[in-house]
Unconditional design. Sequence first.
Length: 323
Amino acid sequence: MLRVGILGAGKIAGIMARTLREMENVQAWAVASRERERAEEFARTYGIERAYGSYEELVEDPAVDLIYVATPHSHHAEHCLLCIEHGKPVLCEKAFTANAAQARQVLARAEERGVFLTEAIWTRYMPSRRMIDDLIGEGALGEVVSLTANLGYPLTHVERIMEPALAGGALLDIGIYPLNFASMVLGDEVEDVTSACVKTSTGVDAQSSIVLRYRDGKMATLHTTVLAATEQYGIIYGTKGYLIAHNINNIDRISLFGPDRSLRREITVPKQITGYEYEVEACRRALETGALECPEMPHAQTLRMMEQMDALRRDWGVRYPFE
């Protein structure tokens, strides 16, 4: 039985708790918040064994096998390091940290201490990733030449999105999904990046468009916004047709079209609890084998994505007060 401790008691932590409750051979063992009453209420809601009023109590619990960090981006580095110093394996919610410098520090310390650590960018772990890879591998699209990806929600009412001190903005919260989609499909040999951004009144990025040009001539065009809802498609174009990955940050259906735009195949993904279960299972497999990272999201890839987002924010003049 893998006993999971949840560090943080917000909305995303609740989704993880609900997921763990329905999984086999995994248990939501403990939750920690800075406010004991909040932790206790969370534990009652999700049937969790223990509730702690500090993160220090959680990392000192000898029964905890894995800690899921579910605090704002601005605090990920601090909380991952707290877990690592106590020898606790970590599954850290995306974005991994607020910037690449923090990511390097956390990854280096995990390596020094020999502690397992991985980023919870769930699309990297889901079956849909393999399904898309298989379609491309079998030649269903011919030669892939380009892709587009779009993700947007109206989120300007959410404090952590608007607040620079919490590493806010569209990029780290949802822009990370189109970027990872492009990386999973086209790789990371990016030769040139062109982008534009519109900022919020607080100075973080509200929406952006990004064009990636790869060494082999392929291109990715990405759009992210917190000002409005979008259709949330990831579309991959090839010489023999194209596919649409519906709901790009939790793909539920893949539509395959021919060059004449006729629908050739409709593929549904396996039924899931919430989608979070795949990253937890990946952690369990890695821990059982003594690995220090998950092959689905290696440390080098996490750092590469953080560096890519840092470069974009520099171009846009988006900077957090703690940098």
